[in-house]
Design a protein around this ligand. Sequence first.
Ligand code: NDP
Length: 495
Amino acid sequence: MTDLERRQDRSPVPSGWDYAPAPEARDILTLEERYGLFIGGELVEPGSGEYFPTIDPSSEEPLAEVAQAGKEDVDLAVRAARDAFENGWSDISPAERAKYLYRIARILQERSREFAVLESLNGGKPIKESRDVDLPLSAAHFFYYAGWADKLEYAFPNRRPKAIGVAGQIIPWNFPLLMLAWKIAPALACGNTVVLKPAETTPLTALFFADICRQAELPPGVVNIVTGDGRAGAALVKHAGVDKIAFTGSTEVGKAIQRELAGTGKKLTLELGGKAANIIFDDAALDQAVEGIVNGIYFNQGHVCCAGSRLLVQESIYETTVAKLKRRLETLRLGDPLDKNTDIGAINSKMQLDKITELVESGKQEGAEIYQPPCRLPEKGYWFAPTVFTNVAQSYRIAQEEIFGPVLSVLTFRTPEEAVEKANNTPYGLSAGVWTEKGSRILWMADKLRAGVVWANTFNRFDPASPFGGYKESGFGREGGRHGLEPYLSFEDAA
Ligand code: NDP
């Protein structure tokens, strides 16, 4: 560390800089009082007549009422998807199929401001993230898979790829629209039809997506959306008319689904939890690495399956790194998700806030040292200050369990071998990050880390062309890229 750096790191963080509010206009959005289920191209009432409120987690204000799908509704949706598959969708030419996907992608781009506002309102994430990450990436997935629709024979030569039929897709609340795009785009590109179950707390962008399907004149029944709690997801998993289940969510529910499907012959992909290590070597460009640490764990309030929630720092730079990190944390702005200056928005639900709070308490009790920058939490809504734990042992719950919140655990290592050992010491294996200036070390580490994705000198970088998925308890199967087509196809391998 140079003298100048030392002086910079010790100088007080400018705290008197008030940012004028810069709220995104909410009036771009018109919400209905109540939404039905999207089945066979129409919004229909649920059989039970049951609805539940969906709220804005930053204010706890209700936004709209959403239908609770029962078994009979899920059955109707699966039948609509089967009908659409057998009577049209599987027969149209792949190039025609691609046109629908391109159309959806373009409409998503055209309506991106409206969707970004809705995603932030219903999920609590900062508007700059929904505007700059969720929306562009969702559209990019549709564009990308539109390109594959008429090239499946080239993607899998001599294997005669064929659509599998009806895909049941269950998605979580952390990236509602993006997860929808990850699931629906490849399924449709391969010629399948879908029934999608969004998460209970964040159903609204999926219901607005139903409107995009109508706008794109997608044949009725190709996409069906059933809202509701876990019971609707369970009914979809159990339904005999579904040929494949794609699930993203907790490892616990993923395991239950795997047990349920054992022996049924249904295809399954699981994208589950993670406890990624973000590994900083002493030759890394430290200021960039600190930005990568912040992006790795505080992006989307840490509600990210591949979040860099365990920071492994080489011992020789431990103090400098932690000092720089704490200083950077003081500059993060927490508050109104619709304000363009906000870095950290609201926690998605009361349930998630309770889970984070409980795990943070366990960290304190087990002996870790907590740091939270001075920051005022709004009175209403669900909030958690960005948190760093130092003095963490590998056996602590905060170093082992997925917190899914803005909480970082810092550990140290001396040698690359020790870094690998500690990074792999988890039942998960979704992602990892390596920060070093040595290319050979990056390759050596990437080879040894048991993680589906290894980022080098960056973190949380996504691209539709790049496959994503896990090892061990993080699941199996890949989404994105050519690999992401495979789970939606059956093959008749040529002799
Ligand atoms: P879940 O795994 O419960 O939810 C994921 C999706 O599955 C939701 O749509 C959910 O519906 C649905 N679901 C719930 N139970 C069943 C079931 N028995 N059969 C089929 N589908 C079901 O995650 P939670 O939202 O409860 O979050 C709990 C924890 O999981 C978090 O704290 C976090 O640690 C982790 N998580 C990990 C994610 C990841 O991407 N890896 C994403 C989300 C959570 P509903 O919303 O109604 O419960």
